[in-house]
Design a protein around this ligand. Structure first.
Ligand code: SF4
Length: 351
């Protein structure tokens, strides 16, 4: 049997997908693709990568961009802290590194929003530095082939997998090796029902030979999911509406949505419209309820959000009666603002 790295590289050369960020050595574009692909499928991420690369062909273009435009272009991709960090890191490269993308693993790791995985990916793909990438695909491949049962979400597990990945890397071809192992995990050694009968490792793969493919890799904790109930109030007054720019540390920072009453459980319409929170939100406004939407479900990694939109028509100008921090805009201007996917779906349905 060939050494691990040669085997996986020859599999890669026969099976790899042609993806746009694989045809460049530009560290900025590689970094952009890696940030976009965190927690995003390749088919969804590709369109965003092409859009960002077109709007901001260089790190300088991204650094000088308006933050609202960056957020608007990111709209729909989720995990918005990635967009904020991307923009902040571009500014750091522009000022601290004089616009040249840093080529050392440590300097790349120091950029905002860059963790071990992304630093290793950019250092190896762009500069051919021998740092092994370890992402979900790599955990799975190593765990199954070598029978590593230490939980991948434990600190002992992380240490063990990083050590093994760095021992296995082909020091002469780190970029190719890293691309190969990730692609192998994405296309061949898939999370469920991999086709082991056509796998080049099947004769020696620990998980396959011991019938443990569905058991490996092991995880320690189950993610706790919190349910949240968002009651959005869409205030209308003579062609204007009120919107809210989200600030603080909760989800969707810097995106825009509507004034919100959040509850920890689902309320009936009667319960909501007679609650103290509703009375406080409405203030002195005289209004009629125009419509109440059905519930929109939105799933994030640790939260499930159930949202509904209550449209009310006010009899007084909004500016006089609503909190000052809300923005009063023309109804159609809402489409110019970056909004969470959930709000976007609602607006699309109303069109
Ligand atoms: S034999 Fe199956 S489990 Fe083992 S590496 Fe190949 S695809 Fe993965």
């Amino acid at each position: 049997m060939k050494p691990f790295s040669s085997e996986i590289i020859s599999w890669y050369l026969k099976n790899k997908r042609d993806l746009p960020w694989r045809n460049t050595k530009d560290a900025y574009l590689i970094w952009l693709s890696e940030i976009i692909l965190q927690q995003t499928r390749v088919d969804q991420g590709t369109a965003y990568y092409l859009k960002f690369a077109e709007h901001f062909p260089t790190v300088k273009d991204l650094a000088n961009a308006d933050n609202d435009l960056v957020m608007k272009l990111w709209q729909g991709l989720g995990y918005y802290s990635r967009a904020r960090n991307l923009h902040a890191a571009a500014k750091t490269i522009q000022t601290l590194h004089k616009g040249t993308f840093p080529d050392s693993y440590e300097d790349i790791l120091a950029l905002k929003g860059v963790g071990d995985y992304t630093a290793a990916a950019v250092a190896s793909f762009a500069f051919n530095k021998p740092h092994a990438v370890v992402d979900g695909n790599v955990f799975r491949v190593l765990s199954r082939i070598f029978g590593i049962a230490t939980p991948i979400d434990s600190s002992a597990g992380k240490k063990e997998f990083y050590k093994r990945a760095n021992e296995l890397i082909d020091k002469k071809n780190p970029a190719l090796h890293n691309q190969a192992i990730m692609e192998f995990g994405a296309l061949q050694c898939k999370p469920v029902h991999p086709d082991c009968s056509v796998c080049p490792f099947n004769a020696n793969c620990f998980a396959f030979t011991k019938n443990l493919v569905s058991v490996l890799p092991a995880k320690e904790k189950k993610t706790k999911v919190r349910n949240r109930y968002f009651n959005y109030i869409v205030f209308h007054y003579k062609g204007t509406i009120a919107i809210n720019k989200r600030i603080g540390k909760d989800i969707w920072t810097n995106l825009h949505d509507f004034p919100l009453i959040e509850t920890s459980e689902a309320l009936t319409e009667e319960q909501l419209l007679s609650s103290p929170e509703w009375k406080k939100m409405i203030g002195k406004n005289k209004y009629v309820v125009k419509s109440i939407s059905s519930s929109y479900k939105h799933i994030l990694s640790h939260q499930k959000i159930y949202a509904r939109f209550i449209e009310i028509v006010c009899k007084n100008p909004l500016k006089n009666n609503l909190p000052k921090e809300l923005l009063i805009i023309k109804e159609n201007d809402i489409y110019k603002y970056a909004v969470p996917r959930l709000v976007d779906l609602y607006l699309e349905k109303k069109k």
